[in-house]
Write a protein that binds this ligand. Sequence first.
Ligand SMILES: Cc1cc2nc3c(=O)[nH]c(=O)nc-3n(C[C@H](O)[C@H](O)[C@H](O)COP(=O)(O)O)c2cc1C
Length: 241
Amino acid sequence: MITHIVFSPNGKTLEVASHFHRHLGGTLYDVTLQKDRDRFVFDQVYETAIVFLPVYSQAVPRPMRPFLKALKVKTLILNITYGGISYGNVCLEAKQAIDPRFVLGYSITPVTHAYGTDQVNIDEIRYQSLIKAIQEQRQGDVPIPFRFKNMMAPVFEKARTYHNIKLTIDHDTCTNCHLCQTLCPVDAIDQDLNITKACIRCARCHHICPEDAISMTPSKSLSFYLRHAKKKTDIIVRHVS
Ligand SMILES: Cc1cc2nc3c(=O)[nH]c(=O)nc-3n(C[C@H](O)[C@H](O)[C@H](O)COP(=O)(O)O)c2cc1C
């Protein structure tokens, strides 16, 4: 029985997860809105789990770090999405946090950036060999190479993310539907519909607001990176052969 676990504030990682789930069956847990996600995993050991994560600041998204540490998995498959800027060393960091017995395979997929406008299509054919390896229940451990990431990425990560993108609610346009508050993965929007310090800048509120009342302004440096994102790179797939 395969367990698929996905964190996907803006739906791209969920697209990848749905593809694997359609081909492999099993149970899909979308933990994006699950506020007690760390407790949900505690007393289970998953035989085969596929974890789907976006890259945030060249790292595992902060709300998922305690979750990964709590997750107990024998055979792990990792599927990472990123916005075409850099995926840092996320695959190895996620593996080290989960500490499974084996990593059967992994993929790294460039997708539409949560802050960008360029649409990037996901070439799902590329996952075929990984899906086959999982179906055949191959045994073994595929090495994940260490990658250098920008040394500044972990420094003041939270402050830099805040600086990089500004999210503003226009209270004149807002119709108080509270959808942003209900669908925030980290409960960062208060009763008066103000964005609090708990915000991780995932920008989900901006994308889902039916009135376009939440604006998103990237900093100059982020705009530069967004313009130069390498979105045309292929999906990377590795697995035990
Ligand atoms: C807070 C934040 C930080 C991000 N940092 C990076 C990054 O360092 N490198 C990169 O290539 N993409 C980065 N992205 C883009 C995401 O990886 C991309 O939007 C994500 O894979 C989309 O997943 P989702 O649609 O499932 O939420 C970041 C996005 C957000 C919201």
